[in-house]
Design a protein around this ligand. Structure first.
Ligand code: FES
Length: 101
């Protein structure tokens, strides 16, 4: 599953495959596609867990409104992965219990 034309990020460059890292594991991505889309394409559906009940959350609105997709990227917590373009070498971490709402 890839997003061809994102309403916020526009069109990704499908001629440029890159590698991002999810919890230190390499994941192929299209340069400029939403990070969440790259993770979905790699089979990842859970992007974070809720703080209190530790329930899984994945991409919901896909346009930066709901915060269900927030993850840590390059050391910055709370990044909306659905509106963050993938770039080479990006380090993505799954928030654990208590790291996000
Ligand atoms: S899925 Fe809603 S903000 Fe990303």
């Amino acid at each position: 599953m890839r997003i061809n034309q994102h309403p916020v990020l526009g069109r990704a460059d499908y001629s440029k495959m890159i590698t991002v890292y999810l919890d230190d594991r390499p994941i192929p991505a299209v340069r400029g596609e939403p990070v969440a889309a790259a993770l979905y394409a790699a089979g990842r559906r859970t992007l974070r867990f809720t703080r209190n009940r530790r329930e899984p959350r994945g991409m919901f609105c896909a346009v930066g409104r709901c915060t269900d997709c927030i993850m840590e990227i390059d050391g910055t917590p709370g990044v909306r992965t659905c509106v963050t373009p993938a770039s080479p070498g990006m380090q993505i971490r799954t928030p654990g219990q208590g790291d996000c709402t």
